[in-house]
Design a protein around this ligand. Structure first.
Ligand code: XMP
Length: 320
């Protein structure tokens, strides 16, 4: 792609100009955006970059391992893997059910953990982030209306003064589809580049209500089965984003001779161009039945599955 190879060269020039001989820390979230930003920056300034992967324990099944393998073994990019699950879960336990409290807590902890890692690394001058254009505008206003924040995106909004790190945000002008093109241009594996977007706050915003490790483990299993069925049906690339949500509601069911009283799992799948608007995906009912049966049979703790048929607007893609 000619325009993307030009963009790549231009951004690398800009990164070098901005950064000089400074040190850069890049937070990896496990998603495509931060990965593309990191690889782009590494190509521009080499080992002046250190990546920090704050593992908040809110990743999907097997995802943390994949990130570490890709960056350390494949790209040889200096990577610090911080296992912060306990810290995040204990602070999230104090948030109760409030979605904004969860997001703000996660955002604050990310910054705290970064701060600590930066200090351990002997300080850094810049913090790199994979902020995209839709993140920038959606944090500022909504549909041209008054300037209100619909959801606080943890990766937008600058840093506390005390960190004294300047931001490097090479993807700020790009939409998601353009980031994917750039990722391919940079040689990221197709399985990684083609991945559905994943929000910084991770599974915390797909687990309405109070967050516990037990619920997250149930959600991870259901989500993995759902995505497995989507891949088997050849639908993964047609869908913008698909995921399971574990509802804080229990309902009665029956399994064999037993009455069950377990969680409801909602399935979400949407098509979209940039995440700003979205349509729910019109699965065929046989597909949904198959996914539901597998989830209920294979995941202890779920006995009912529903499908979300809300588009955006009026819904958002995530449930919180
Ligand atoms: P919503 O739910 O606002 O999501 O319709 C639009 C897109 O943004 C993703 N999303 C986030 N990404 N940090 C992120 O990095 C966040 O806090 C966040 N919240 C939502 C969401 O997954 C969807 O792709």
């Amino acid at each position: 792609d000619w325009s993307m190879s030009a963009y790549r060269a231009e951004m690398q020039k800009k990164i070098r100009e901005q950064v000089g001989t400074g040190r850069v820390i890049c937070g990896l979230s496990g998603g495509v955006d931060s990965a593309v930003a990191a690889v782009l920056i590494h190509e521009a300034i080499g080992d002046q970059l250190t990546c920090v992967f704050v593992d908040h324990g809110l990743m999907r099944l097997g995802e943390a391992e994949q990130v570490v393998t890709l960056f350390r073994d494949h790209y040889n990019i200096p990577l610090v893997h911080v296992d912060a699950e306990e810290l995040f879960l204990s602070e999230l336990a104090k948030c109760g059910s409030d979605p904004e409290a969860k997001r703000k807590t996660i955002g604050r902890l990310f910054i705290d953990v970064f701060d600590a890692e930066a200090a351990k690394l002997g300080g850094a001058d810049f913090l790199a982030q994979g902020t995209l254009y839709p993140d920038v505008i959606e944090s500022v206003s909504f549909s041209g209306g008054p300037s209100v924040t619909i959801k606080s995106h943890h990766n937008v909004g600058g840093l506390p003064e005390r960190m004294k790190m300047k931001l490097v945000e090479p993807l700020r002008e790009l939409f998601k589809d353009e980031v994917r093109v750039l990722g391919r241009e940079l040689g990221l594996p197709e399985a990684f580049v083609g991945r559905h977007p994943f929000p910084g706050p991770g599974l915390a915003i797909r687990c309405p209500g109070e967050i516990t490790k037990e619920k997250l483990d149930i959600l991870r299993k259901a989500d993995a089965i759902y995505l497995d069925e989507i891949r088997k049906a050849g639908l993964y690339d047609v869908i913008w984003q698909a995921f399971a949500v574990l509802l804080p509601v229990r309902t009665v069911g029956v399994m064999g001779d037993y009455r069950t009283y377990d969680h409801v799992c909602a399935l979400r799948a949407v098509t979209s161009v940039d995440g700003m608007t979205a349509d729910f995906y019109p699965f065929d009912m046989n597909f949904l039945g198959r996914a539901a049966t597998r989830i209920i049979n294979e995941v202890k703790g779920i006995n009912r599955v529903v499908y979300d048929v809300t588009s955006k607007p009026p819904g958002t893609i995530e449930w919180e």
